[in-house]
Design a binder for this molecule. Structure first.
Ligand code: SAH
Length: 353
């Protein structure tokens, strides 16, 4: 495939917002820095059209690093005996949310491992508590796979959004990354349940995950097109020293940035974070992500003493900073490239609250 043909496929994606499996393969394998900068330029058109130069912020509270799952890539997997475990109390979580509110955040994200310590009702109570204290805040949950009724309970308690990366759309690759009883079938069902209940739902995948092929990535794009989520989270795979994938090579920053642009072209209104993993892989990763179409950043709000313990991969950035420092640092970074961090809920373009 010549470069010319890849440029033509990008033009097609930019007008039709969809490609076939074979076309995706050509676009992914056809990566060159020139094509990537063409994608970024087109992606910025849609970013500006729907969101202008405004960057939405989400205050991220990492509420527990206990996890019953054993994902081969993740530093807080059950089998990692070296992980120092912690969980935040209800009061600690509310104190973090209050601090986030003071800092101007209008979305609070609760993320964690799958920790059975918190009963469904506990999470519902935490959501209600945050919404009562801050009715103008959105609450996003990212607590893994549950059943329909649990997601419904949390939605009725006031949760607005849910992040659950599909990780990889291909079932064999899913098995390569996750031992049983986890399955692609159940994870994808969760995403459909979340959408049906009315959440703004987020899917996504790691770029350069072990065992990942171009075909898998093409399937990820087709899956996302079909699911049509409000949010897509992607970042490079980064190894963690205490996991079975410790010696695997990290995903590429350039490819991650390329995919951010491709996602903006495929789903022009999507909420697209420039992730912490991208900022870890490259000191200017988040800036480059925004310049390729991302429009969300997620500064850390977790108490400083637990941050190092929520270590999904090695060398995670921002583990030593206070919440206010994270906020200022990101605001300055965004300003340096002509973008402005805004204090609003930052809903999907199609959502009117
Ligand atoms: N337990 C929740 C939250 C998972 S952590 C859930 O199941 O959704 C959030 C995301 O971090 C994961 O979805 C995964 O894509 C990413 N992640 C985990 N380990 C990683 C690693 N080693 N490198 C890069 N990203 C990783």
């Amino acid at each position: 495939m010549s470069d010319r043909m890849v440029f033509d496929l990008i033009d097609k994606l930019n007008t039709e917002h969809a490609l076939s499996r074979q076309e995706w393969i050509s676009v992914i394998d056809g990566y060159t820095p020139e094509i990537a900068s063409y994608v970024s330029e087109k992606a910025r058109y849609w970013q500006q059209k729907y969101y202008g130069n405004k960057i939405f912020v989400r205050g991220l509270i990492e509420m527990t690093n206990y996890c019953k799952n054993d994902c081969y890539y993740c530093g807080i997997r059950r089998s990692n005996r070296n992980a120092e475990r912690y969980r935040l109390t209800k009061d600690e979580i509310l104190a973090c949310a209050d601090l986030g509110y003071e800092l101007g955040y209008r979305t609070i994200v609760l993320q964690g491992g799958e920790d059975p310590f918190y009963k469904d009702e506990d999470i519902a109570a935490i959501v209600t508590m945050i919404k009562q204290a801050h009715p103008d805040c959105a609450v996003t949950l990212s607590l893994g796979e549950r059943e329909y009724d649990t997601y419904k309970l949390w939605f009725d308690a006031g949760a607005d959004r849910y992040l659950l990366r599909h990780e990889t759309a291909n079932h064999d690759h899913y098995r390569y990354l996750h031992p049983e009883p986890l399955s692609a079938v159940h994870r994808q069902q969760c995403l459909r349940d979340l959408k049906q209940i009315g959440y703004q739902a987020g899917a996504g995948f790691m770029v350069g995950a072990p065992g990942q092929t171009t075909e898998h990535l093409a399937e990820d794009m087709l899956f996302l097109k079909e699911l049509d989520p409000e949010m897509v989270g992607i970042g490079p795979f980064l190894p963690h020293h205490d996991t079975p994938f410790a010696d695997e090579k990290p995903g590429s920053t350039e490819m991650t940035i390329y995919f951010l642009g491709l996602l903006r072209l495929m789903l022009p209104k999507v909420l697209l974070p420039a992730t912490t993993a991208l900022g870890t892989a490259d000191p200017l990763g988040r800036e480059k992500g925004v310049q390729a179409g991302a429009n969300v950043v997620m500064p850390n709000l977790s108490p400083t003493d637990v941050r190092k313990k929520y270590e999904l991969y090695d060398n995670k950035i921002c583990t030593g900073d206070e919440a206010a420092e994270c906020k200022n640092c990101l605001a300055n970074r965004m300003r340096s490239i002509g973008y402005e961090v805004v204090a609003s809920r930052g809903d999907h373009y199609s959502v009117t609250v």
